[in-house]
Design a protein around this ligand. Structure first.
Ligand SMILES: [Zn+2]
Length: 281
């Protein structure tokens, strides 16, 4: 059943957990994410990358994901991830996304606020808006090893309260040492900073780049009001490794595309189950 993203997140936080969100570049992966969520009896968020939403086929994918969310036996929300283009946001919502990350994190503070407010005016009150304060290192759609650090620009906790109240965002993505892509070495989250941020606002916080962060740290983050956790890198890595393993065999086996897709789906489901286990209640 399609569910408002903020409702999904607040009910997970009541149980001391967070909702996992997975980037879906295709429908096979999305089916696997929802299938694994149904098996576990847990809600999930389907994320669509802005590059996907900028194409006609991508908008059709969003419409398909909305249909999948409607048909799901567990709560599912569809969110446009990391968008800074208002037209892409409007198109994604018109195609069926019920939430957007209006990402002005690369902009100066006032411009970031202005972007989120424009998004609200354009999209209306029913669309759940996530905003981002502080820049995340790494590329969302690639998986280079990334070192978190000052380059990225951590969230300034002193700006949080003003940012949230002036933007009216329902969720806030933060940069506290988390990165997009693969961590160089062990992830080093800045717990002191996360705690400082958490006391500044009541809106749920979002941790992007969760691939590689261990379960105990995700639980600790949830105790500090982190209610949504985005995964991308490990899901892709797992699917690609599986396809590489299986490709020759399925080519030899009568060009068995259906069989290959089943391995794709199994690999994605296995990762989603792992992620749901990391965020266990
Ligand atoms: Zn992200």
């Amino acid at each position: 059943m399609r569910t408002r993203l903020d409702h999904l997140v607040s009910s997970a936080l009541q149980y001391g957990s967070a909702v996992p969100a997975f980037t879906c570049y295709d429908f096979t992966t999305a089916l696997a994410v929802v299938g694994a969520a149904e098996e576990a009896g847990r809600g999930v968020i389907l994320l669509v990358a802005p590059k996907t939403a900028a194409t006609r086929d991508g908008l059709r994918l969003i419409a398909a994901l909305r249909g999948l969310a409607d048909a799901a036996l567990v709560p599912v929300a569809v969110q446009l991830d990391h968008a800074s283009d208002l037209k892409v946001m409007a198109d994604a919502v018109a195609s069926g996304a019920d939430s957007v990350l209006a990402d002005g994190s690369a902009l100066p503070f006032e411009d970031n606020i202005a972007l989120v407010r424009e998004a609200r005016t354009l999209l209306g009150a029913d669309v759940v808006i996530e905003a981002e304060l502080g820049g995340l290192a790494g590329d969302e759609d690639r998986a280079f090893g990334v070192e978190p650090g000052p380059v990225a620009g951590m969230t300034d906790s002193a700006q949080v309260e003003e940012f949230v109240s002036r933007t009216g965002a329902e969720l806030l993505a933060v940069a506290v040492g988390n990165v997009h892509g693969r961590y160089k070495g062990e992830p080093q989250l800045r717990w002191d900073l996360l705690q400082d941020i958490a006391v500044q606002t009541h809106v749920p916080l979002v941790l992007h780049g969760a691939s590689g962060i261990p379960a105990d740290e995700l639980a600790k983050a949830a105790s500090m009001n982190v209610g949504k956790v985005n995964f991308n890198t490990e899901l892709r890595t797992g699917v690609l490794a599986t396809l590489q393993d299986q490709l020759q065999e399925h080519r030899a086996d009568g060009e068995n595309l259906q069989g290959l897709l089943r391995h794709w789906s199994d690999s994605a489901q296995a990762f989603v189950k792992t992620a749901l286990g990391l965020l266990a209640r």
